[in-house]
Design a protein around this ligand. Sequence first.
Ligand code: GLU
Length: 304
Amino acid sequence: MKYSKIIEDIYKQVLSEDNLGTAPTYIPELAQVDPNKFGVYLYSLNKQSYGVGDCEERFSSQSIAKVLSLCLAYSIIGDKLWKRVDVEPSGTSFNSLVQLEADNGIPRNPLINAGAIVVCDILLSILEDAEADFLNFVRELANDDSINYSVLVAESEKSVGYRNFALCYYIKSLGNIENEPIEVLNFYFKMCSLELSCKSLAYIFSFLANDGIRMHDRVQILTETCTKRVNALMQTCGFYDESGEFAFKVGLPGKSGVGGGIVALLPNHYSIAVWSPKLNEKGNSYRGMKFLEEFTAQTHSSIF
Ligand code: GLU
């Protein structure tokens, strides 16, 4: 099947329709981004890659980066990770505090803020220099040394990140944070500020569509079993409390971020990234969701 024609047609169709989302404003720096940006890139394991629109422009990956920090921690400590963070969908918003007390400070999953903060704490404990080592991990996945954090976005989020402060200190009080909360938060905000284009995102995530093996040098990043589990987590927890809807309409494991990016993948076939900054009421890219729903329908490609 020729993906390029389908991608181009759906892109034009979605572009011609109203963009009903709203740009996020709670991170001041993200409110500066042009809300009309729209890019798509498909990386196909059999080399039919194709991009359209603003697919080479970098944007704030935000929560998408949580999958990558999870992969790094999981590749180092393996199943011990699950003593610190659970694997259940939360059913509440990404920055919810309510479940933590009942769950004794064990976040529901590593893709909500509480869980990603615990993963950052784990990385700080096991790595020499978590910020540099994580960045290096992503650069190697992307095969691109120019990838970087945005200090502006990280500082901007830190200046108003009261809820993440609350989450981190609360988990600390419940005994599930080892390091100083401010160090954990500094790393968390940096990690979320990672800037990636659709093209690099699709490529970075291709190892998760390829049984954990990086495409350009065949290095096994995660075992096949761990890869399956990360994909399962994206499937069940990757879209805040719209994860069920994404499974229902799109049918692929994936992850979104408040920067308007969505990455999704079909194991053994492709990974695809979409970027459009306006978000729907659940915090997922309005056009991104529309595009992917149409794409999996027209290509008959879904894991179900
Ligand atoms: N850094 C953002 C926050 O913690 C990430 C949110 C997201 O993309 O879901 O609020």
